[in-house]
Design a protein around this ligand. Structure first.
Ligand code: TPP
Ligand code: SF4
Ligand code: MG
Length: 300
């Protein structure tokens, strides 16, 4: 596993951008673009990521970046990949479609599913800040149970969609789950994905101080706490073979109980209307998923 000190010094996400202080997206994007060594064409729909990228004529990223209509991120990426192939540049450049949880799991899922079924040649990276943040925190299909948003005033009632699992069901060559709180885990997964052809899907948790209501200094601490609790699990599925990675692999190997989800829930204002029963419900859901991951990890 790559160490922070070994990450390339090259920077494609420049200092100073329009994202909120402490935003997890910038941390993740730095690691992603280092892994692609700037040899990338991005397709990006409306989101906090476009805010981070900046408004014409100024930008905080030194990359070819195409802003596309909301549902078409994967379709635009498929077109860009076909264009590179026609120009004989497919081995030299990677196409990266990058969108939020709303833009991926709700609005863009049909184009993404179609591209996965065709096994189009690009990386799709969903950064998951767990709501429609750019428009002021509305619920998405990936918002966790109990989270208060402007469309779920008393807390969301449903558990989030398991998008990596949905993508895995398409039989694509590479699926991974990672967290911006672990930039080297992000980096290693993007490096691996870069070396594979076909549709590669990476799901990256990105803590959001504004929408989750926590102090911007705690972004990495909270991202790591989500992994300690098993709410976010670091893993990859390569050629159909499942493997826990990084801190999640260590936790599974230790065999010790995970940190209770109540500790994570207590750190964020968005969960403040959760009852003891609702927290117990989430704990049960997390325990069931974690047991499944551990079993799969040891079986494969
Ligand atoms: C077709 C369309 N519908 C709605 C919008 C308004 N809109 C812009 S950004 C956004 C939220 C996107 O949420 P997500 O994909 O999770 O990204 P985030 O803002 O959280 O980074 C919405 C609803 C739009 N630009 N285009
Ligand atoms: S609202 Fe959240 S995701 Fe969006 S820029 Fe601010 S911190 Fe980042
Ligand atoms: Mg979002």
């Amino acid at each position: 596993m790559t160490r922070i000190a070994d990450l390339p010094a090259s920077e494609y996400v420049l200092p100073g951008n329009r994202a909120c202080a402490g935003c997890g997206i910038g941390i993740g994007l730095r690691a992603i673009t280092k892994a692609l060594d700037g040899r990338v064409v991005m397709t990006v729909p409306a989101s906090c990521l476009t805010v981070l990228g900046g408004m014409y004529p100024t930008t905080s990223v030194e990359l070819p970046w195409i802003n596309v209509a909301f549902p078409s991120t994967a379709a635009a990426a498929a077109g860009a990949a076909a264009g590179l192939r026609a120009m004989g540049k497919a081995d030299d450049m990677t196409v990266l479609a990058m969108a939020g949880d709303g833009g991926t799991g709700d609005i863009g899922i049909q184009a993404l599913s179609g591209a996965a079924e065709r096994n189009d040649d690009f990386i799709y990276l969903c950064y998951d800040n767990e709501a429609y943040m750019n428009t002021g925190t509305q619920r998405s299909g990936l918002t966790p149970q109990g989270a208060r948003t402007t469309t779920t005033w008393s807390g969301k009632h449903e558990n989030p969609k398991d998008l990596p699992r949905i993508m895995e069901a398409h039989g694509i060559p590479y699926v991974a789950s990672t967290s911006a709180a672990y930039p080297t885990d992000v980096y290693d997964k993007v490096v691996k994905a870069r070396g594979i052809h076909g549709l590669r899907y990476i799901h990256m948790n990105t803590p959001c101080p504004s929408g989750w209501s926590f102090d911007p200094k705690d972004t990495v601490r909270l991202g790591k706490l989500a992994v300690e609790c098993g709410i976010v699990v670091l893993y990859e599925v390569e050629g159909g073979v499942f493997r826990l990675t990084g801190r999640s692999a260590q936790l599974a190997k230790s065999g010790k109980p995970l940190t209770p989800v109540a500790e994570y829930i207590a750190t964020q204002g968005r969960f403040k209307s959760m009852t003891t029963e609702a927290i117990a419900d989430v704990q049960e859901w997390v325990d069931g998923r974690w047991a499944g991951y551990v079993e799969r990890n040891s079986a494969e």
